[in-house]
Design a protein around this ligand. Structure first.
Ligand SMILES: Cc1ncc(COP(=O)(O)O)c(C=O)c1O
Length: 384
Protein backbone atom coordinates (compact mmCIF):
# COMPACT_ATOMS: atom_id res chain seq x y z
CA UNK A 1 0.00 0.00 0.00
CA UNK A 2 1.06 3.52 -0.64
CA UNK A 3 3.68 2.25 -3.03
CA UNK A 4 4.07 5.87 -4.09
CA UNK A 5 5.35 7.94 -1.19
CA UNK A 6 4.18 11.18 -2.64
CA UNK A 7 2.16 10.83 -5.79
CA UNK A 8 1.78 13.71 -8.18
CA UNK A 9 -1.26 15.95 -8.30
CA UNK A 10 -1.03 15.80 -12.09
CA UNK A 11 -1.69 12.05 -12.11
CA UNK A 12 -4.45 12.15 -9.57
CA UNK A 13 -6.39 14.64 -11.67
CA UNK A 14 -6.98 11.73 -14.03
CA UNK A 15 -8.46 9.56 -11.26
CA UNK A 16 -11.93 10.39 -12.46
CA UNK A 17 -11.56 8.00 -15.37
CA UNK A 18 -11.32 5.07 -12.95
CA UNK A 19 -14.83 5.70 -11.58
CA UNK A 20 -17.57 5.17 -14.19
CA UNK A 21 -20.28 7.14 -12.33
CA UNK A 22 -18.31 10.38 -12.75
CA UNK A 23 -19.18 10.28 -16.47
CA UNK A 24 -22.80 11.16 -15.70
CA UNK A 25 -22.93 12.73 -12.28
CA UNK A 26 -21.28 15.45 -10.28
CA UNK A 27 -20.91 13.28 -7.21
CA UNK A 28 -20.61 15.03 -3.84
CA UNK A 29 -21.94 12.21 -1.67
CA UNK A 30 -18.85 10.30 -0.55
CA UNK A 31 -19.63 11.22 3.07
CA UNK A 32 -22.64 8.90 2.65
CA UNK A 33 -21.20 6.29 0.25
CA UNK A 34 -18.13 6.32 -2.00
CA UNK A 35 -18.14 5.56 -5.72
CA UNK A 36 -17.21 2.20 -7.23
CA UNK A 37 -13.97 2.03 -9.18
CA UNK A 38 -13.54 -0.12 -12.28
CA UNK A 39 -11.10 -2.22 -10.23
CA UNK A 40 -13.78 -2.92 -7.59
CA UNK A 41 -16.39 -3.88 -10.15
CA UNK A 42 -13.99 -6.19 -12.01
CA UNK A 43 -12.91 -7.91 -8.78
CA UNK A 44 -16.52 -8.55 -7.78
CA UNK A 45 -17.46 -9.90 -11.22
CA UNK A 46 -14.52 -12.23 -11.26
CA UNK A 47 -15.06 -13.53 -7.69
CA UNK A 48 -18.78 -14.08 -8.19
CA UNK A 49 -18.20 -15.83 -11.54
CA UNK A 50 -15.68 -18.17 -9.90
CA UNK A 51 -18.10 -18.71 -7.03
CA UNK A 52 -20.85 -19.75 -9.44
CA UNK A 53 -18.57 -22.01 -11.42
CA UNK A 54 -16.47 -23.67 -8.73
CA UNK A 55 -17.82 -22.80 -5.26
CA UNK A 56 -16.81 -19.90 -3.07
CA UNK A 57 -13.09 -19.55 -2.45
CA UNK A 58 -13.11 -18.45 1.17
CA UNK A 59 -9.34 -18.81 1.50
CA UNK A 60 -9.03 -16.19 -1.21
CA UNK A 61 -11.55 -14.08 0.73
CA UNK A 62 -9.48 -14.37 3.90
CA UNK A 63 -6.33 -13.36 1.99
CA UNK A 64 -8.16 -10.33 0.56
CA UNK A 65 -9.14 -9.33 4.11
CA UNK A 66 -5.46 -9.43 5.12
CA UNK A 67 -4.46 -7.34 2.15
CA UNK A 68 -7.21 -4.83 2.98
CA UNK A 69 -6.02 -4.71 6.60
CA UNK A 70 -2.51 -3.89 5.36
CA UNK A 71 -3.84 -1.19 3.05
CA UNK A 72 -5.94 0.59 5.68
CA UNK A 73 -3.16 0.32 8.27
CA UNK A 74 -0.91 2.15 5.79
CA UNK A 75 -3.53 4.88 5.32
CA UNK A 76 -3.75 5.25 9.10
CA UNK A 77 0.02 5.18 9.52
CA UNK A 78 -0.40 2.12 11.75
CA UNK A 79 1.35 -1.21 11.98
CA UNK A 80 -0.97 -3.80 10.40
CA UNK A 81 -0.71 -5.78 13.63
CA UNK A 82 -2.51 -2.96 15.44
CA UNK A 83 -5.59 -3.04 13.21
CA UNK A 84 -8.56 -5.35 13.83
CA UNK A 85 -11.27 -6.20 11.30
CA UNK A 86 -14.48 -5.09 12.99
CA UNK A 87 -17.64 -4.74 10.92
CA UNK A 88 -18.77 -1.28 11.97
CA UNK A 89 -17.97 1.81 13.99
CA UNK A 90 -20.78 0.96 16.39
CA UNK A 91 -19.30 -2.52 16.94
CA UNK A 92 -15.92 -0.95 17.73
CA UNK A 93 -17.51 1.51 20.16
CA UNK A 94 -19.56 -1.31 21.67
CA UNK A 95 -16.41 -3.38 22.17
CA UNK A 96 -14.78 -0.54 24.07
CA UNK A 97 -17.93 0.25 26.09
CA UNK A 98 -18.24 -3.42 27.07
CA UNK A 99 -14.78 -3.31 28.65
CA UNK A 100 -16.03 -0.96 31.34
CA UNK A 101 -17.33 -2.44 34.57
CA UNK A 102 -20.13 -0.95 36.66
CA UNK A 103 -19.65 2.81 37.00
CA UNK A 104 -18.98 4.17 40.42
CA UNK A 105 -20.13 7.56 41.66
CA UNK A 106 -18.63 10.37 39.57
CA UNK A 107 -17.50 8.18 36.68
CA UNK A 108 -18.48 9.57 33.31
CA UNK A 109 -18.02 9.40 29.55
CA UNK A 110 -17.65 12.53 27.44
CA UNK A 111 -18.99 12.68 23.87
CA UNK A 112 -19.96 15.33 21.33
CA UNK A 113 -23.54 16.59 21.54
CA UNK A 114 -24.44 15.76 17.93
CA UNK A 115 -22.23 12.77 17.25
CA UNK A 116 -23.42 10.24 14.68
CA UNK A 117 -25.48 7.56 16.41
CA UNK A 118 -22.88 4.81 15.97
CA UNK A 119 -20.56 6.86 18.17
CA UNK A 120 -23.33 7.98 20.49
CA UNK A 121 -25.67 5.14 21.42
CA UNK A 122 -22.92 2.73 22.62
CA UNK A 123 -21.82 5.41 25.11
CA UNK A 124 -25.35 6.45 26.03
CA UNK A 125 -26.05 2.85 26.98
CA UNK A 126 -23.32 3.09 29.62
CA UNK A 127 -25.80 5.11 31.67
CA UNK A 128 -27.38 1.75 32.47
CA UNK A 129 -24.08 0.73 34.09
CA UNK A 130 -24.00 3.84 36.22
CA UNK A 131 -21.88 6.22 34.13
CA UNK A 132 -22.88 9.81 33.63
CA UNK A 133 -22.94 10.65 29.92
CA UNK A 134 -21.75 14.19 29.26
CA UNK A 135 -22.48 15.69 25.84
CA UNK A 136 -20.24 18.57 24.86
CA UNK A 137 -22.15 21.29 22.95
CA UNK A 138 -20.93 21.90 19.40
CA UNK A 139 -19.39 25.16 18.30
CA UNK A 140 -18.90 25.79 14.60
CA UNK A 141 -20.38 22.36 13.99
CA UNK A 142 -17.86 20.46 16.08
CA UNK A 143 -15.93 20.05 19.29
CA UNK A 144 -13.64 22.74 20.59
CA UNK A 145 -10.97 21.54 23.04
CA UNK A 146 -11.86 24.19 25.66
CA UNK A 147 -15.45 22.91 25.76
CA UNK A 148 -14.22 19.33 26.11
CA UNK A 149 -11.96 20.43 28.97
CA UNK A 150 -14.99 21.81 30.83
CA UNK A 151 -16.66 18.39 30.78
CA UNK A 152 -13.64 16.20 31.54
CA UNK A 153 -12.63 15.54 35.14
CA UNK A 154 -10.97 12.87 37.23
CA UNK A 155 -14.01 10.61 36.78
CA UNK A 156 -13.87 10.58 32.96
CA UNK A 157 -13.17 7.13 31.54
CA UNK A 158 -13.74 7.69 27.79
CA UNK A 159 -13.72 10.70 25.48
CA UNK A 160 -15.34 9.78 22.14
CA UNK A 161 -15.70 12.01 19.10
CA UNK A 162 -15.49 12.12 15.31
CA UNK A 163 -12.23 12.98 13.60
CA UNK A 164 -14.40 14.91 11.13
CA UNK A 165 -18.04 15.71 11.85
CA UNK A 166 -20.23 14.22 9.17
CA UNK A 167 -22.88 16.97 9.05
CA UNK A 168 -20.58 20.00 9.03
CA UNK A 169 -17.10 18.83 7.98
CA UNK A 170 -15.59 20.22 11.18
CA UNK A 171 -12.24 18.51 11.75
CA UNK A 172 -11.46 17.96 15.41
CA UNK A 173 -8.21 19.06 16.96
CA UNK A 174 -7.43 15.49 17.77
CA UNK A 175 -4.21 16.09 19.62
CA UNK A 176 -5.58 18.84 21.83
CA UNK A 177 -8.68 16.82 22.77
CA UNK A 178 -6.55 13.74 23.36
CA UNK A 179 -4.21 15.64 25.68
CA UNK A 180 -7.21 16.64 27.81
CA UNK A 181 -8.54 13.08 27.89
CA UNK A 182 -5.20 11.45 28.57
CA UNK A 183 -4.48 14.00 31.28
CA UNK A 184 -7.07 12.12 33.37
CA UNK A 185 -6.30 8.64 32.01
CA UNK A 186 -9.43 8.44 29.78
CA UNK A 187 -9.60 6.28 26.64
CA UNK A 188 -9.58 8.33 23.41
CA UNK A 189 -12.05 6.87 20.89
CA UNK A 190 -12.15 8.44 17.43
CA UNK A 191 -14.76 7.77 14.75
CA UNK A 192 -12.69 8.02 11.58
CA UNK A 193 -15.54 7.51 9.09
CA UNK A 194 -15.09 10.90 7.43
CA UNK A 195 -11.35 11.08 7.99
CA UNK A 196 -9.46 7.94 6.98
CA UNK A 197 -8.86 7.88 3.23
CA UNK A 198 -9.89 11.52 2.87
CA UNK A 199 -7.21 13.31 4.87
CA UNK A 200 -3.87 12.40 6.46
CA UNK A 201 -4.23 10.99 9.96
CA UNK A 202 -0.89 9.26 10.55
CA UNK A 203 0.60 12.29 12.35
CA UNK A 204 -2.18 12.17 14.94
CA UNK A 205 -2.36 8.43 15.47
CA UNK A 206 -0.19 8.53 18.59
CA UNK A 207 -2.92 10.60 20.25
CA UNK A 208 -5.57 7.94 19.71
CA UNK A 209 -6.40 4.73 21.61
CA UNK A 210 -9.06 3.47 19.23
CA UNK A 211 -9.73 4.65 15.66
CA UNK A 212 -12.61 3.02 13.81
CA UNK A 213 -13.60 3.36 10.15
CA UNK A 214 -16.07 1.55 7.91
CA UNK A 215 -15.32 0.69 4.29
CA UNK A 216 -18.16 2.39 2.46
CA UNK A 217 -17.18 6.06 2.29
CA UNK A 218 -13.71 7.44 1.60
CA UNK A 219 -12.31 3.88 1.52
CA UNK A 220 -14.36 3.33 -1.62
CA UNK A 221 -16.41 0.19 -1.08
CA UNK A 222 -20.00 1.37 -0.83
CA UNK A 223 -21.19 -2.24 -0.85
CA UNK A 224 -19.84 -2.26 2.73
CA UNK A 225 -19.33 -5.20 5.06
CA UNK A 226 -15.94 -4.59 6.61
CA UNK A 227 -14.60 -2.08 9.09
CA UNK A 228 -11.19 -1.38 10.54
CA UNK A 229 -10.28 -0.65 14.12
CA UNK A 230 -6.86 0.59 15.17
CA UNK A 231 -6.09 -0.22 18.80
CA UNK A 232 -3.06 1.24 20.54
CA UNK A 233 -0.82 -1.35 22.20
CA UNK A 234 -2.04 -0.16 25.59
CA UNK A 235 -5.64 -0.64 24.50
CA UNK A 236 -4.85 -4.11 23.17
CA UNK A 237 -3.24 -5.09 26.47
CA UNK A 238 -6.09 -3.68 28.50
CA UNK A 239 -9.10 -4.89 26.50
CA UNK A 240 -10.57 -8.40 26.45
CA UNK A 241 -11.44 -9.68 22.93
CA UNK A 242 -15.07 -10.25 23.82
CA UNK A 243 -16.13 -11.53 20.40
CA UNK A 244 -13.24 -13.94 19.91
CA UNK A 245 -13.93 -16.93 17.67
CA UNK A 246 -11.84 -18.85 15.14
CA UNK A 247 -10.98 -15.60 13.36
CA UNK A 248 -9.28 -14.33 16.52
CA UNK A 249 -6.89 -17.28 16.58
CA UNK A 250 -3.17 -17.01 15.93
CA UNK A 251 -3.72 -18.90 12.66
CA UNK A 252 -7.45 -18.51 11.99
CA UNK A 253 -7.76 -21.25 9.38
CA UNK A 254 -6.18 -23.68 11.87
CA UNK A 255 -8.29 -22.55 14.82
CA UNK A 256 -11.65 -24.17 14.16
CA UNK A 257 -11.68 -26.47 17.20
CA UNK A 258 -10.18 -26.63 20.70
CA UNK A 259 -9.13 -28.07 22.95
CA UNK A 260 -6.77 -25.12 23.44
CA UNK A 261 -7.32 -21.41 22.82
CA UNK A 262 -4.40 -19.84 21.01
CA UNK A 263 -5.41 -16.24 20.44
CA UNK A 264 -3.57 -13.98 18.03
CA UNK A 265 -0.80 -11.97 19.69
CA UNK A 266 -1.76 -8.97 17.49
CA UNK A 267 -4.91 -6.83 17.29
CA UNK A 268 -6.43 -9.55 15.11
CA UNK A 269 -7.57 -11.26 18.31
CA UNK A 270 -10.25 -8.53 18.25
CA UNK A 271 -11.31 -9.49 14.69
CA UNK A 272 -14.86 -10.43 13.83
CA UNK A 273 -15.48 -13.03 11.12
CA UNK A 274 -15.53 -11.09 7.86
CA UNK A 275 -17.70 -10.94 4.76
CA UNK A 276 -15.48 -12.57 2.13
CA UNK A 277 -17.29 -10.75 -0.62
CA UNK A 278 -16.68 -7.43 1.10
CA UNK A 279 -13.03 -8.33 1.59
CA UNK A 280 -12.60 -8.98 -2.14
CA UNK A 281 -14.22 -5.62 -2.83
CA UNK A 282 -12.14 -3.79 -0.26
CA UNK A 283 -8.86 -5.17 -1.52
CA UNK A 284 -9.69 -3.94 -5.01
CA UNK A 285 -11.18 -0.62 -3.89
CA UNK A 286 -8.15 0.21 -1.76
CA UNK A 287 -5.73 -0.61 -4.59
CA UNK A 288 -6.75 2.70 -6.19
CA UNK A 289 -4.93 4.60 -3.44
CA UNK A 290 -1.78 2.81 -4.58
CA UNK A 291 -2.14 4.06 -8.13
CA UNK A 292 -1.60 7.67 -7.06
CA UNK A 293 -0.20 7.47 -3.54
CA UNK A 294 -2.25 8.61 -0.56
CA UNK A 295 -0.49 11.98 -0.35
CA UNK A 296 -1.62 12.91 -3.84
CA UNK A 297 -5.19 11.97 -2.91
CA UNK A 298 -5.08 14.14 0.21
CA UNK A 299 -3.52 17.03 -1.71
CA UNK A 300 -6.17 16.89 -4.40
CA UNK A 301 -8.95 16.68 -1.80
CA UNK A 302 -7.62 19.76 -0.06
CA UNK A 303 -7.27 21.67 -3.32
CA UNK A 304 -10.80 20.83 -4.49
CA UNK A 305 -12.42 21.46 -1.10
CA UNK A 306 -10.88 24.94 -0.96
CA UNK A 307 -12.02 25.62 -4.52
CA UNK A 308 -15.55 24.47 -3.69
CA UNK A 309 -15.63 26.60 -0.55
CA UNK A 310 -14.59 29.72 -2.47
CA UNK A 311 -16.94 29.06 -5.35
CA UNK A 312 -19.97 28.52 -3.09
CA UNK A 313 -19.19 31.68 -1.15
CA UNK A 314 -19.02 33.70 -4.36
CA UNK A 315 -22.41 32.36 -5.36
CA UNK A 316 -23.90 33.44 -2.01
CA UNK A 317 -24.12 29.91 -0.57
CA UNK A 318 -21.71 30.51 2.27
CA UNK A 319 -20.33 27.35 3.90
CA UNK A 320 -19.94 26.81 7.64
CA UNK A 321 -17.09 29.17 8.46
CA UNK A 322 -14.25 27.01 9.75
CA UNK A 323 -10.68 27.97 10.59
CA UNK A 324 -8.28 26.28 8.23
CA UNK A 325 -7.15 23.75 10.84
CA UNK A 326 -10.74 22.56 11.24
CA UNK A 327 -11.44 22.11 7.52
CA UNK A 328 -11.84 18.74 5.85
CA UNK A 329 -13.00 17.34 2.53
CA UNK A 330 -16.63 17.97 3.54
CA UNK A 331 -18.00 21.43 2.81
CA UNK A 332 -21.42 22.11 4.36
CA UNK A 333 -23.74 25.02 3.75
CA UNK A 334 -26.33 25.93 6.42
CA UNK A 335 -29.75 25.88 4.75
CA UNK A 336 -31.63 28.21 7.08
CA UNK A 337 -35.26 28.24 5.93
CA UNK A 338 -34.57 26.40 2.69
CA UNK A 339 -36.30 23.06 2.37
CA UNK A 340 -33.61 20.33 2.22
CA UNK A 341 -35.55 17.44 0.67
CA UNK A 342 -36.71 19.48 -2.27
CA UNK A 343 -33.28 21.02 -2.81
CA UNK A 344 -31.45 17.66 -2.83
CA UNK A 345 -34.06 16.22 -5.21
CA UNK A 346 -33.78 19.23 -7.55
CA UNK A 347 -29.99 18.89 -7.63
CA UNK A 348 -30.31 15.19 -8.33
CA UNK A 349 -32.61 15.96 -11.26
CA UNK A 350 -29.69 17.99 -12.63
CA UNK A 351 -27.25 15.12 -12.17
CA UNK A 352 -25.71 16.42 -8.95
CA UNK A 353 -25.66 13.99 -6.02
CA UNK A 354 -25.33 15.20 -2.44
CA UNK A 355 -27.14 15.01 0.90
CA UNK A 356 -28.68 17.26 3.50
CA UNK A 357 -27.65 16.61 7.09
CA UNK A 358 -28.66 18.39 10.28
CA UNK A 359 -29.86 21.52 8.47
CA UNK A 360 -26.89 21.71 6.07
CA UNK A 361 -26.40 20.93 2.43
CA UNK A 362 -23.45 18.55 2.69
CA UNK A 363 -20.99 18.37 -0.18
CA UNK A 364 -18.17 15.86 0.12
CA UNK A 365 -15.09 15.97 -2.08
CA UNK A 366 -13.03 12.95 -2.97
CA UNK A 367 -10.19 12.81 -5.49
CA UNK A 368 -12.50 11.72 -8.32
CA UNK A 369 -14.22 15.11 -8.24
CA UNK A 370 -12.96 17.86 -10.48
CA UNK A 371 -13.29 21.54 -11.35
CA UNK A 372 -16.25 20.84 -13.67
CA UNK A 373 -18.21 19.29 -10.80
CA UNK A 374 -17.63 22.44 -8.79
CA UNK A 375 -18.73 24.67 -11.66
CA UNK A 376 -21.83 22.50 -12.08
CA UNK A 377 -22.99 22.64 -8.45
CA UNK A 378 -22.21 26.35 -8.19
CA UNK A 379 -24.19 27.23 -11.26
CA UNK A 380 -27.10 24.98 -10.23
CA UNK A 381 -27.25 26.59 -6.78
CA UNK A 382 -27.03 30.06 -8.31
CA UNK A 383 -30.20 29.31 -10.26
CA UNK A 384 -32.14 27.91 -7.30
C1 LIG B 1 -19.70 9.79 11.32
C2 LIG B 1 -20.13 8.40 11.00
N1 LIG B 1 -19.83 7.42 11.85
C3 LIG B 1 -20.16 6.14 11.60
C4 LIG B 1 -20.85 5.80 10.45
C5 LIG B 1 -21.16 4.37 10.21
O1 LIG B 1 -21.35 3.67 11.40
P1 LIG B 1 -21.49 2.10 11.42
O2 LIG B 1 -20.21 1.57 10.87
O3 LIG B 1 -21.72 1.76 12.83
O4 LIG B 1 -22.66 1.76 10.54
C6 LIG B 1 -21.22 6.82 9.55
C7 LIG B 1 -21.98 6.56 8.30
O5 LIG B 1 -22.39 5.51 7.91
C8 LIG B 1 -20.83 8.13 9.83
O6 LIG B 1 -21.12 9.13 8.99
Amino acid sequence: MNGKDSGSLGDVRGARGLFPATGKTAYFNTAAVGLASRALVAAYHSYVDDWAESGLDYVRGEAAGESARTAVAALMGADRGDVALIASVSAAAGLVAAQLGPGSRGQNVVIGEREYSSNHYPWRLLAKKGYEVRQVPFRNGGLEPEDVAECVDGGTVVVAFSGVQTATGHRSDLRAISAIARGVGAIVFVDGSQLVGALPVAGDLGAVDVLAVPDHKFLLNAGRGLGYCYLSREAQDRFVPLNAGWKAGRVPLESFFGPTMDLSPTASRFDNSISWLAAIGNEAALSVFDVFGADAVYGRNRELAEMLRASLSEAGWTPVDLPEANRSSIVSVPLGDREPVHLVAELKRRGIVCSARAGNLRLAIHFYNDEDDIARITSALSEL
